[in-house]
Write a protein that binds this ligand. Structure first.
Ligand SMILES: Nc1ncnc2c1ncn2[C@@H]1O[C@H](COP(=O)(O)OP(=O)(O)OP(=O)(O)O)[C@@H](O)[C@H]1O
Ligand SMILES: N[C@@H](CCO)C(=O)O
Length: 322
C-alpha cells in the first residue's frame, strides 16, 4: 500500500486553491508504489497525481527531482510535468508533508516485458542521458558504495537468517567490487530506478517514464546496468540474451556506449545487483510491519549477483563493441 498519510477533502480543497488546475471532481489514493503517498486527482482542468513525500525522500532533494522532471519534459522526454502553484512554486505542504502535483501519464507498465519493450526502454534511457546533460542541479548518488555500506551495517548480523552463508558472500563481494569499481566513466544525470513499474506503454509504444525519486549524478553506464538487471531476466531467473541485445541496441541507437563503458558492464551489473539486493534486504529485515505487504525479494538479486560474477565479457549481455 502506498497511502501512508491520508487527507480530507477540506484539506485538499484548501491546498488546491494554491493552483490554477480547476475544481476538484474526485480524488483517490493509489495502492501501487512503496515510498510515498500518491493520489489521483480529477479536476475540471484534467487528471493529475498528487504526491505527499514520506520519510525516505529528503525535502532538500525535491528541487532536484522535480526540476529534473521539468527539464526532461521540456526536452521532449515523456515524463510527468510538475504543476506550478499560483505563487510560482512547485513544492507545497499538505497534511504536514511536502507535497507536489504532477501531470498524469496514460499507459500501463508491462507485467511481462518483451524484447520490443526492452528496445524502447533502451532508447528512452539514452535519450534521458542526453537530455540530462545540461540540467543545472546535481545530486550525488546516495546509494553508491558508501551508501551500500551503511545499508549493509543495518543487516549484516542477520543476513544469514535470509540465506545461510549470505554474510560471507556479500562481504567478499564488497571487497572485490571496491577494489575494481571504475573511477572514470562518462557521468551525468541517471534515473537510477528504471524498473518496469516505472515505464508506461500504450500497446508497444512507450508513453512515459515516472518516479525520479532516486535520480542522481553517477556513471551513465550504471543506469544501463540497472536496466539489464530489471528488464532482461526471466521469472525463472535466467538472463534473456534476446532482451539484453534488444535493450543495448535500443540504447546504442541513441547514445553509443564507449568501449570502456562496455568493458565495465559486468562489474556495474554486479554492483547494481548488490545495491538492489541491499535495499530489499534492509527492508526485509527492518521494514515496518515485520514480514508484511509489498516486500521485494532480496534473493532475486542475490541470484543476479551470482550470475554477474561469472560473466567473462559484456558480449554475454548482448553488447556489441563499436
Ligand atoms: N505521472 C503519473 N501518471 C500516472 N500514474 C502515475 C504517475 N505517477 C505515479 N503514478 C502511479 O502511482 C504509482 C506509484 O508511483 P511511484 O512509482 O512514483 O511511487 P513510489 O511510492 O515512489 O513507489 P516505488 O518507488 O516503490 O516505485 C505508480 O505505479 C502509478 O500507478
Ligand atoms: N525498484 C526497486 C524498488 C524501489 O524503487 C526494487 O525493485 O527493489
Amino acid at each position: 500500500m502506498a497511502v501512508y498519510t491520508d487527507i480530507t477533502e477540506m484539506e485538499l480543497g484548501a491546498f488546491l486553491r494554491g493552483y490554477a488546475i480547476g475544481d476538484l471532481l474526485s480524488y483517490k489514493g493509489i495502492a501501487e508504489g512503496t515510498e510515498n503517498s500518491n493520489f489521483i486527482l480529477h479536476t475540471s482542468g484534467g487528471s493529475f497525481i498528487l504526491t505527499l513525500y514520506e520519510k525516505r525522500v529528503e525535502k532538500n532533494d525535491l528541487p532536484f527531482f522535480l526540476g529534473l522532471m521539468e527539464h526532461l519534459a521540456r526536452q521532449g522526454i515523456s515524463c510527468p510535468l510538475p504543476v506550478h502553484r499560483r505563487d510560482g512554486e512547485i513544492i507545497g505542504e499538505l497534511a504536514g508533508r511536502p507535497a507536489a502535483i504532477i501531470t498524469f501519464l496514460e499507459g500501463m507498465w508491462p507485467r511481462r516485458p518483451s524484447a520490443a519493450h526492452c528496445r524502447e526502454v533502451g532508447k528512452v534511457l539514452a535519450a534521458m542521458h542526453l537530455a540530462g546533460a545540461d540540467f543545472q542541479l546535481s545530486r550525488p548518488n546516495a546509494l553508491s558504495l558508501p551508501g551500500w555500506h551503511r545499508l549493509w551495517e543495518g543487516c549484516v548480523d542477520r543476513a544469514d537468517e535470509v540465506e545461510p552463508g549470505l554474510r560471507a558472500e556479500v562481504s567478499a563481494d564488497f571487497a572485490s567490487l571496491e577494489a575494481a569499481w571504475p573511477a572514470d566513466l562518462p557521468a551525468g544525470v541517471i534515473h537510477a530506478d528504471l524498473f518496469p513499474d516505472n515505464v508506461f506503454f500504450l500497446g508497444n509504444d512507450l508513453s512515459g517514464v515516472i518516479d525520479f525519486y532516486f535520480a542522481c549524478n553517477d556513471f551513465l553506464a550504471y543506469d544501463v546496468a540497472t536496466c539489464l538487471n530489471a528488464w532482461c531476466f526471466e521469472r525463472d531467473h535466467a538472463f534473456n540474451l534476446t532482451k539484453g541485445t534488444a535493450f543495448l541496441a535500443g540504447y546504442q541507437s541513441v547514445r553509443p556506449l564507449t568501449p570502456t563503458e562496455i568493458e565495465a558492464l559486468p562489474l556495474l551489473c554486479h554492483g547494481s545487483a548488490l545495491r538492489f539486493m541491499l535495499t530489499r534486504l534492509y527492508d526485509w529485515l527492518n521494514g515496518p510491519g515485520g514480514a508484511l505487504v509489498n516486500k521485494r525479494d532480496p534473493l532475486e538479486y542475490v541470484r543476479k549477483m551470482r550470475f554477474h560474477r561469472q560473466i567473462g565479457s559484456a558480449s554475454e549481455y548482448g553488447a556489441v563493441m563499436p
